[in-house]
Write a protein of this length. Sequence first.
Length: 186
Amino acid sequence: MPGMQRLLPERGECGKGYDTEIEPGKSLWQRVQAILQSRQILSEEETILFSPERRFGAPQTILPRLRQASFRVVVTDAYKRTCAMSGSHVLHVLDAAHIKPYAKGGDHAVTNGILLRQDLHTLLDLGYMTVTPEYRIEVSQRIKEEFNNGKEYYAMHGSTLKLPESLSFRPDPELLQRHNESVFLS
């Protein structure tokens, strides 16, 4: 649409658009333009960093999580290469998600993992989704409140997680309970 700009004035209104020809979009857009015109966007050093000739930054040292690749293989096999929530079989977008994060002392045990599509993994980690100890999917109302969307996710609310056939590979109910109590945004 001509004149329509995507302006995000505050946190919690993410995804909301304003027409820049009428209020409040018009004054918001004028404020943005004034701010941009009043300062130099990139310093000379930053301009060099973003030049087309420069393609790579300085080398960095990272500490890989040991046994992460094995964890991914075991969880992926346990769930038969299928997202436990959506049923997706697109392997390139499936992650072995930790129920209790590895960074917070969680193990690379298959019972601490669920195979999830990447967006669902992110929502689980951020507390917008959870799985009950009875393996029911719950979706926080905060998605709608904060982002004014989430229909695809709310369609999963109350459904049962697709579980590994082997009982010994299923998510640990105690870890799920902990996630419900300490991470999930109810």
